[in-house]
Ligand binder design. Structure first.
Ligand code: ZN
Length: 363
């Protein structure tokens, strides 16, 4: 009888300890194949840094230039960095394994310039496939490390660039709950946008955006603007600050054009204001889009036409927060263009935008 009890007890122990271990192993071997052996790129000249009131964000880019045959479904593929972090007072060490450090120089001096939170930053290669990022911070701040996935971009020839940022955020200990908004003046530099009625769209976009920025800052919002001069900004670079700073709203400012071959009835219908959003985005911007269109058209007295659901526009599909793109007026329409020649109307658009933002966050 005693032997029998020992046998049952022994079997029970085996069930408790051995079986779960073998299940775990089975799971590990199933997932270890591809993602665990992949060596990604760490481009030392592609680090990102963004700063607003009371907050900064450093993006360490871990990327892969892969073909569709290597990754399968490109919409589902994700770069998964292998890293460990240790935060010790004002030092953060992030050790990243299975990366190949690429790029001849780093851009750390531009990151450190006027940086409120990072005193120094170093990148060391520990061995062929391991790198360490050392960050020295200043002041008493809260530090968090997260992963932020960037939308893939096509490089042609069936090649794609996938990036996941190791996102290190620095927040002052004062509690700042004010909303974070990214203002994005469309085009810039060699990208002129629409040119009509003696106006470059890129210039008008910048003028309106700067006025919106001033208005929002005065009202206590935390603002990052993707360009504040006539420079080129890549499409995904426009939404990186929104994603790395974990913004509440992405607001792109444009002015529209109409194809030359549409009939007069269409020209008449499609002048004025509309706002674009993406209904398939993780957080669609439709609600803000409709408030914004109403406010702008009622203050500037422009014609409106229905909101546009655009699922393939890069800026609307790469932001993780609600994103909209405002076509303020149709620059190709003589009446619209003449009206916007008067800067008082750019200011009115900015005032209407502030009202829309206030309404959106207060409802
Ligand atoms: Zn445009």
């Amino acid at each position: 009888m005693k032997k029998f009890i020992y046998m049952i007890f022994g079997m029970l122990l085996a069930c408790i300890f051995i079986l779960p271990v073998s299940y775990c192993n089975a799971e590990n071997t199933a997932t270890s194949e591809d993602s665990n052996s992949k060596v990604y790129d760490l481009q030392q000249n592609a680090f990102k840094y963004y700063q607003i009131n009371h907050k900064g964000a450093l993006g360490i880019p871990i990327s892969c230039l892969c073909s569709e045959s290597e990754v399968g479904d490109i919409r589902k593929y994700t770069v998964e960095p292998k890293y460990s972090e240790s935060i010790n007072g004002n030092r953060i060490e992030i050790t990243i394994s299975q990366v190949n450090v690429t790029g001849s120089t780093d851009n750390f001096s531009s990151i450190l310039k006027d940086n409120k939170y990072i005193k120094d930053i170093k990148l060391d290669k520990l061995d062929n496939n391991t790198a360490k990022v050392d960050i020295e911070t200043s002041g008493k701040i809260d530090i968090k490390v997260n992963l932020v996935k960037r939308r893939y971009s096509s490089l042609g020839d069936n090649k794609y660039e996938f990036t996941t940022f190791i996102d290190v955020t620095f927040e002052e200990k004062v509690k700042d709950n004010s909303k974070i908004i990214i203002i994005d003046p469309g085009h810039g530099g060699s990208e002129l946008g629409t040119t009509a009625n003696f106006t470059y769209e890129k210039q008008l976009n910048l003028d309106i955006s700067k006025r919106i920025k001033e208005n929002l800052i005065k009202s206590g919002y935390r603002i990052y603007i993707t360009r504040d001069d006539d420079s080129n900004v890549g499409l995904l670079n426009r939404t990186d600050p929104a994603n790395l700073l974990n913004a509440d709203l992405f607001f792109s400012v444009h002015n529209n054009s109409l194809p030359l071959d549409v009939n007069m009835q269409c020209v008449y219908m499609f002048r004025g204001t509309t706002v674009l959003y993406n209904s398939t985005a993780p957080k669609p911007g439709r609600e803000f889009a409709s408030i914004l269109m109403r406010e702008v058209s009622s203050i500037v007295k422009t014609n409106t036409y229905p909101l546009q659901d655009r699922q393939s526009l890069a800026v609307l599909s790469s932001a993780w927060c609600p994103a909209v793109l405002m076509e303020t007026i149709a620059l190709t329409d003589d009446g619209d263009a003449k009206m916007m020649m008067h800067r008082i109307n750019s200011q009115k658009v900015a005032d209407a935008s502030l009202r829309a933002v206030n309404k959106y966050f207060n409802t």
